[in-house]
Design a protein around this ligand. Structure first.
Ligand SMILES: [Zn+2]
Length: 429
């Protein structure tokens, strides 16, 4: 008989995992700020939007319940609902948290998991090391001035654990070896590189942004140069065991609960865009870090939101490629809206010049993807040329082919027919 995978974990082990994980601790670790209220804990519900707390956690019963949206359950159900983890992964996560071995893991996967854990720990130490450098008034002076000039607050520096990689060629290497890491481990996480028998730090004299995965583990780093003429301007960790850029979004971990509440995400391009918006109170913001949008990215976002706003900086080069990437989002069933910023400004520069209210206004009038494709063709004046019109129609048809809802599709087709002055039947093909 075929058994579902969770049947492989005996119920007494599941019970043990539940008993050893205190529900209040786990929920707080997931980022929900619980406050003690009598015998129970209370918080504003992470599952629906509210101003007065109706989300209750009972340590005695080891259960949670929301009087607003009636969401409730135990520690495992909480992880399933809040983190969108399948049952088996939720149990595994809790088992790892308290060190209960599970019979589902064979020796090999246990070793792999241990190696991963060690590398994550190394990245955690490196995050702290870089951050300490930045906070040191002497070592981090130049980087601090740079960040101050870009109006990054101290609180943002803390929240995003921004750091500084010093100029020396082996500063991090030596520090990490002193703390017990091996050269191989440092190579494995991409913090150092081997060049013709010369081993050096990968990041030197750069502001460092740790890249955290959706479980909260640091998997990679991005470094920005301080002097305007140094290249490359941005340097990221290459692919490693921990880091696959087509599966990672910057700030996904930090933006999770805001995304879950609003069911919306704002997709920008870089570190400073994320930090600027977050600093101004817009917390559901993530960045693709210059990689084209992948199916895995779409899958990640789909776990948290229904709608994604993408911000284009008005630089038209590459927009077609980006739109093709965005079709992954449409395919995953997400609504995509596009907002344009004029004058080639990125969100960071736009908010600095025009303020967050102007940004939010633009956001409120963001176009859908089809509208955007048509509007852009109209603006560039190409629609009068037959070949351009054909291309636009082809691109739109590609987007439409991913829309599953018939009603929605019908509306888009009407709109496209009207705007492009075409017969509906032409688009249906
Ligand atoms: Zn609720």
């Amino acid at each position: 008989m075929a058994t579902r995978s969770f049947n492989h974990i005996p119920s007494e082990i599941i019970d043990e995992v539940r008993q050893r994980n205190d529900i209040a601790e786990v929920i707080m670790e997931c980022g929900v700020p619980l406050k003690l209220s009598g015998k129970n804990y209370k918080a504003c519900c992470p599952f629906h939007d509210e101003k007065t707390p109706s989300f209750t956690v009972s340590s005695e019963k080891q259960m949670f319940y929301c009087f607003g949206c009636q969401m409730g359950g135990n520690t495992i159900t909480f992880l399933q609902k809040y983190e969108n983890k399948p049952f088996i992964e939720s149990v595994e996560w809790l088992a790892n948290r308290v060190g209960v071995p599970l019979p589902t893991q064979d020796q090999k996967s246990k070793e792999r998991a241990k190696k991963r854990l060690n590398l994550e720990e190394l990245n955690r130490l490196a995050t702290k090391y870089f951050h300490r450098n930045l906070l040191d008034s002497k070592i981090g002076e130049k980087a601090s001035i740079y960040l101050k000039n870009r109006q990054v607050s101290n609180s943002s520096i803390r929240t995003f654990q921004v750091g500084y990689a010093t100029r020396g060629s082996k500063d991090l290497l030596e520090d990490a070896i002193r703390r017990g890491s091996s050269k191989q481990q440092l190579l494995d996480v991409g913090l150092i590189k081997d060049n013709e028998n010369r081993t050096t730090d990968r990041f030197r004299d750069r502001v460092i942004f740790p890249i955290i995965d959706e479980r909260g583990a640091p998997v990679a780093f991005g470094g920005r140069v301080l002097s305007p003429d140094a290249v490359p301007k941005y340097l990221n960790t290459a692919s490693t065991v921990l880091y696959d850029k087509s599966k990672t979004l910057y700030n996904l971990y930090g933006a999770r609960s805001a995304m879950q509440k609003t069911r919306q995400a704002i997709l920008v391009e870089g570190y400073f865009d994320v930090i600027r918006l977050s600093q101004e109170g817009v917390e559901n913001v993530i960045a693709s870090l210059g990689t084209s949008f992948s199916e895995s990215h779409a899958g990640l976002l789909k776990r948290f939101v229904d709608e994604v706003f993408i911000v284009f900086d008005g630089d038209t080069a590459g927009i077609r490629a980006t739109v093709r990437g965005l079709n992954h989002l449409v395919k995953a069933g997400l609504k995509v809206r596009v907002m344009m910023l004029s004058g080639g400004q990125d969100p960071d520069a736009f908010v600095l010049h025009h303020g967050i209210d102007a940004f939010n206004e633009r956001l409120a009038s963001a176009m859908n993807l089809v509208e955007f494709q048509i509007r852009r063709a109209v603006e560039t004046g190409g629609l009068r040329q037959i070949d351009v019109k054909t291309q636009v129609l082809k691109d739109i048809a590609d987007t439409l082919s991913h829309i599953k809802s018939r009603v929605e599709l019908d509306q888009y087709i009407n709109y496209t027919a009207q705007e492009l002055d075409l017969d509906r039947a032409v688009i249906w093909q």
